[in-house]
Design a protein around this ligand. Structure first.
Ligand SMILES: C=CC1=C(C)c2cc3[nH]c(cc4nc(cc5[nH]c(cc1n2)c(C)c5CCC(=O)O)C(CCC(=O)O)=C4C)c(C)c3C=C
Ligand SMILES: [Fe+2]
Ligand SMILES: [Fe+2]
Length: 361
């Protein structure tokens, strides 16, 4: 166990919000991708193949081939400030801090990445040093899956195994069906249609998962389908006007179906002329939405005979999306009095009492 700040009598409880996203490479280079993919793909929550066999495949084949290919894709979406996923996640956490502050909450908001920097452990250490005694962990995934949400919880648990004086911990497992979240998504589609025109179909593409995880009890597939239904209902779409698909298949095994790109090609070949794409499983734009959807899938649809492909950005810094996250945080902060103004005299009296009892300050 690592050394910790000395215990201080009479410190006021302090609450923090830790906003955790997946993580991203430090640069769009093969070397940075190798480091990132090695950590990401070694997580047994992400690849559920017997360890020894998987480590041989990962280090013998994948980490020799994929880094350069993925780096080239990242280079097409990289921003002057860095990886889109990191730029958005950092901005979301700052805006969330401001929004909760405006609502009168005194709490510190930090973001962390499950893979790469800033790590969950480093941010939890920093919060402990700041004196946080209560931490609400918000994984930036609307739908729960073992590969994402549970992996964030694993990482917090790993940190807690090394920590003596633990803060109270709470976790938000999902928010896909929160009415404010669905309303923010629906509004973003309506605004997009007002600006770019409506299409024949709305395709909602979610990150895929191996199909077997559904049979093994992962709720992700159900939560994606329900997100699709709720969003379609909010937009007043009839059943033939929308479709849920799954992207980002990895490896040869069967993943959740229907797959996004083959579905778009089939739709175009059947005569569909225009399509609107949205990725409601991603809280921020990243490689998977900007490159795989807005570049690759767009090209596949147009090449197969489609005429118009329009992409609705993720909620990113959308004010309604952030208000939904702030509402969600407030709901889960209940019972933790973040609005309580620390009463200096009560605190001083508490310290006096502790000293009178002979406790060391
Ligand atoms: C190998 C298995 C993978 C599983 C299972 C998986 C699940 C999963 N991932 C996300 C969200 C994101 N994934 C992103 C990138 C990405 N995902 C995988 C593999 C699996 N994901 C890889 C190898 C990569 C890296 C890029 C590449 O080489 O293709 C990202 C984008 C990160 C970025 O830097 O922009 C996100 C976000 C979810 C939600 C999910 C399961 C529900
Ligand atoms: Fe992924
Ligand atoms: Fe991808």
């Amino acid at each position: 166990m690592k050394p910790e700040p000395a215990y201080r009598h009479g410190s006021a409880p302090k609450t923090a919000l830790l906003f955790c996203n997946l993580g991203t490479p430090e640069a769009p280079t093969a070397a940075a991708l190798r480091t990132y993919l090695a950590q990401f793909l070694s997580d047994p929550r992400v690849v559920e193949i017997p360890r020894l066999i998987w480590m041989l495949i990962l280090h013998g084949i994948i980490l020799r081939v994929r880094p350069a290919k993925s780096a080239a894709k990242y280079a097409t979406v990289w921003l002057p400030e860095g990886s889109p996923l990191k730029v958005w996640t950092e901005r979301q956490s700052k805006l969330l801090q401001g929004l909760l502050g405006e609502r009168g909450h005194r709490l510190s908001v930090r973001y962390a990445m499950r893979y790469g920097q800033p790590s969950i452990a480093a941010q939890l250490d920093a919060l402990r040093t700041e004196g946080a005694t209560r931490v609400l962990v918000l994984p930036a995934y609307p739908q729960y899956s073992g590969a994402t949400t549970a992996s964030v919880i694993d990482d917090v648990a790993r940190w807690s195994l090394q920590t003596r004086h633990l803060p109270e911990l709470r976790f938000i497992n999902r928010y896909y069906d929160q009415p404010q979240h669905i309303a923010a998504l629906a509004d973003s589609v309506r605004r997009h249609w007002a600006e770019h025109g409506r299409s024949d179909k709305l395709v909602m593409s979610f990150h895929g998962m191996p199909a077997r995880t559904l049979a093994l009890g992962d709720p992700y597939h159900c939560e994606c389908l329900k997100t699709g239904r709720l969003l379609a209902e909010a937009l007043g779409l009839s059943r033939e006007q929308w479709l849920v698909t799954f992207q980002s298949r990895f490896g040869k095994a069967k993943w959740l179906e229907p797959y996004t790109e083959p579905s778009l090609i089939k739709l175009a070949q059947e005569g569909l002329k225009s399509v609107t794409l949205i990725c409601p499983g991603f809280s921020a734009d990243c490689l998977e939405t900007l490159e795989e959807i807005n570049q690759e899938a767009r090209e596949a649809f147009l090449h197969a005979g489609g005429q118009r492909f329009s992409y609705v950005p993720c909620l990113n810094d959308d004010p309604a999306g952030l208000r939904a996250l702030a509402d969600l945080a407030e709901q889960h902060l209940q019972g933790w009095p973040t609005r309580e103004v620390a009463d200096a005299s009560a605190l001083a009296a508490q310290r006096e009492r502790a000293l009178a009892l002979g406790a060391k300050d």
